[in-house]
Ligand binder design. Structure first.
Ligand code: SF4
Ligand code: SF4
Length: 323
């Protein structure tokens, strides 16, 4: 079975498993911890909500000492995968030490980066990563191609996934982007349908026929590709233009734990500005207790009953399915 089929199978199995888990407000230990090291970023993408988060939560950064405390509080029966993200994790003052900390304590470590700091991508620290997601967030992305080539020149490079949000600026170029990465040894290229935050942000500049035709071209190429969240081609108009087109219930609070730059735990970082979703403090509490505490279970119950949070980033979020 090729990589693409394996990934689609893994995603669908995980979704089904999470779908079953959703009937209980208790959740088995998370598959992974997402640690938001900082809200800072060295790019300014139009579709990004980091600024909004930073305005509410303050411009904090998780320092290494605090991360050591958090690691001491990870008390699940197995070590979850650690996923580092932000903002942009490579602007963290001590990113090398952060990767070493988790790598040396035996975690699988992954990271999402925009690839802008290609110099850093050449450093030995990269060897502490098991997996890296590099985002193509701009129309001029030669720096990402360079970063991928450098990473692959290491003796044991991490798995490389390329993420590419579909925007009005690149919608005509999805096939070209795939072609550019085709022979660079990446594990997959993931095209993300835009995750509009709310009804009023639905983007009519996306040309549905163009995206449909680009998707077919990409899928005809010999490169593992995924369009995410999965939306049937015949439903593209509904996804992009119809505010009442429904999504399924959210599965995220059963799968992953989110740690903010303040060290607080939230059921979902995207909702922090508007909703009461902070459930604990990873610097002071054992994480297994936070994971199934009263507040976290109330949030799971609410999502099970209502599907998602109304009038929020849930509206078109990749943790839902659309059909
Ligand atoms: S690279 Fe990521 S964090 Fe930075 S502005 Fe773009 S979307 Fe936001
Ligand atoms: S659907 Fe809502 S609660 Fe779930 S991950 Fe998305 S924004 Fe967060």
């Amino acid at each position: 079975m090729n990589t693409k089929k394996l990934q689609v199978l893994a995603t669908s199995k995980l979704s089904r498993l999470a779908g079953l888990m959703r009937y209980s407000s208790f959740a088995p230990p998370p598959f992974y911890l997402r640690i938001m090291l900082t809200y800072e970023c060295n790019l300014g993408c139009s579709f990004c909500n980091q600024k909004e988060l930073m305005d509410v939560a303050g411009n904090e950064e998780l320092d290494v000492e605090t991360l050591e405390k958090i690691e001491d509080n990870i008390d699940f029966p197995y070590k979850p995968k650690i996923h580092l993200f932000g903002g942009e994790p490579t602007v963290h003052e001590n990113i090398e030490e952060v990767i070493d900390l988790f790598h040396e304590r035996g975690y699988r470590v992954s990271m999402t980066t925009n690839g802008v700091d290609a110099g850093w991508m050449a450093s030995d620290t990269m060897e502490g990563l098991d997996e890296i997601n590099i985002s193509v967030n701009t129309t001029e992305y030669s720096y990402v191609l360079e970063a991928v080539e450098r990473i692959n020149s290491f003796s044991s490079p991490p798995l490389i996934n390329v993420n590419c949000p579909i925007t009005p600026q690149n919608q005509n170029d999805l096939a070209r982007i795939s072609r550019d990465f085709k022979d660079l040894g990446i594990s997959a290229i993931v095209f993300n349908h835009l995750s509009f935050s709310r009804e009023e942000t639905i983007n009519e500049e996306i040309d549905i026929e163009t995206v449909r035709s680009q998707k077919r071209k990409v899928e005809d190429m010999d490169i593992p590709s995924i369009f995410f969240p999965p939306v049937r081609e015949e439903d593209f108009e509904e996804y992009y233009l119809n505010p009442s087109f429904p999504g399924t219930k959210c599965i995220a609070p059963w799968l992953k734990m989110e740690i903010l730059p303040s060290g607080k735990v939230a059921s979902c970082p995207k909702l922090v500005p508007d909703k009461d979703v902070v459930v604990g403090d990873a610097t002071e509490e054992n994480l297994s207790e936070v994971w199934n505490n009263e507040k976290f279970r109330q949030i799971r119950k609410r999502i099970h009953e209502d599907g998602v949070f109304e009038d929020s980033y849930c509206f078109r979020c990749c943790f839902r399915r659309y059909r």
